[in-house]
Ligand binder design. Structure first.
Ligand code: PLP
Length: 402
């Protein structure tokens, strides 16, 4: 029998849950809160005696399922459990982790060629909170050991490998050993490699962060991030309160988009790697090109190290045009098939000229110091038919020369 409630009430209430059989795919739980069957149940969930969802800023079935999936990928084949949180962006993952682990007076040791947003977060947000920033060449173990000895305030060792824009790699196991001796939290930003190519936890890293906006989503239609940690205690007691109180949580819709992308991560990465290697080899054979930075090339300084700690060499590369800034601009303006876009890791090929785009406002000396020369072009090689990518680069090189 139909319940006798007013028209207005019928508009507001319901619908009843129609779920009978289990959905084959992850549903989007677009709900900000969860209801309790009784006061007792509510109290048990609030006090943590019973597992349950309360409010989506604290957790939500769609978000939690995807966070756990990424944690499983980062710890795949290892004898440990890893724990994960999804955040609203890669930046919020890094900020939440740093604020969770560090106190005023502590310092972060990292590299000069960090992702630009991370470098600014450390210098413009954390330094004013009295969380210090120390830079070193992380590839030079003796330099790192010296800096750690000189700066006992360093409590976090933070790195990216391969790093922008020269794809320089860092010995993860070696760095973790130094970090452990100094009692630091060791954190890897694994955005460039993804867990398919490289698992920093395996080499001793304590935490991994991601901008899932890039390869993990892979389709350029979502912004989110992830924090993965080995220590359940630190994740629950140090990181989670910050995530909850700063409100840096992901939302169910973006989490769902990330999950869609994750389904094809392995096949996409295989193709990204194959295409990138072919493009790198082709570029290396061109007279207009001074140098190609791709860890898969034997000419790359990190080739041996990359072979040791990565399954394959990834989809990112950069190359130097002989004609400098003018050549770079000309070349970029004649690109047709690839897209000029300031992101990476999408299924389509993306191209960036740092000197005139992402690093336009960075003083030239600082740019050069970090390997960003005037003629440097960065390519995020997509999964298209490789002949179309090479064809586009070739016609742009031809025009640039004429
Ligand atoms: C893009 C990126 C970030 C920041 O991620 P957002 O999702 O844009 O906030 C951090 N680290 C690396 C290496 C990145 O490429």
């Amino acid at each position: 029998m139909k319940k006798k409630i007013g028209f207005g009430s019928s508009c507001v209430h319901g619908p009843e849950e129609y779920r009978t059989t289990r959905p084959h795919q992850l549903p989007i739980y677009a709900t900000s809160s969860f209801v309790f069957e009784s006061i007792e149940e509510g109290m048990e969930v609030f006090t943590g005696q019973r597992q349950g969802h309360l409010y989506s800023r604290f957790g939500n079935p769609t978000i939690d399922a995807v966070a756990e999936k990424i944690a499983r990928l980062e710890s795949h084949g290892m004898d440990i459990d890893a724990f994960g949180y999804l955040t609203s962006s890669g930046m919020s993952a890094i900020a939440t982790l740093a604020l969770g682990l560090l106190r005023p007076g502590d310092a972060i040791l990292t590299q000069g060629n960090l992702y630009g947003g991370t470098a600014e977060l450390f210098s413009k947000v954390l330094e004013p909170l009295n969380i210090g920033l120390v830079l070193a060449r992380l590839g030079d173990k003796r330099a790192v050991a010296r800096v750690l000895a000189e700066h006992p305030s360093v409590r976090m060792l933070y790195f990216e490998t391969p790093a922008n824009p020269t794809l320089e790699c860092i010995d993860i196991a070696g760095l973790c050993e130094l970090g452990r001796q100094a009692g630091c939290h060791v954190v890897a930003d694994n955005t460039f490699a993804t867990p398919y190519l490289q698992q920093p936890l395996k080499f001793g890293t304590d935490f991994v962060v991601h901008s899932t906006t890039k390869y993990l989503n892979g389709h350029g239609n979502s912004t989110a991030g992830a924090i993965i940690g080995k220590s359940q205690a630190l994740m629950q007691e140090a990181i989670f309160p910050k995530l909850k109180l700063l409100g840096t949580n992901c939302n169910p819709w973006d989490a769902w988009l990330v999950n869609n992308g994750l389904k094809t991560l392995e096949v996409r990465m295989e193709r990204h790697c194959r295409n990138a290697r072919q493009v790198a080899e082709w570029l290396e054979s061109r007279p207009e090109v001074e140098r190609v930075n791709y860890p898969g090339l034997v000419s790359h300084p990190s080739h041996t190290l990359a072979k040791r700690q990565m399954r394959d060499f990834g989809g990112m590369l950069s190359f130097e045009l002989k004609g400098g800034l003018e050549a770079g601009k000309q070349f970029m303006n004649h690109i047709k098939f690839c897209s000029l876009a300031p992101t990476m890791g999408d299924v389509d090929t993306l191209i960036l000229h740092p000197a005139s785009m992402s690093h336009l406002n960075v003083p030239r000396e600082i740019r050069l110091d970090n390997g960003i020369t005037d003629g440097l072009v960065r390519l995020s090689v997509g999964i298209e038919s490789v002949e179309d990518i090479i064809g586009d680069l070739e016609q742009a090189l031809r025009i640039e020369k004429s």
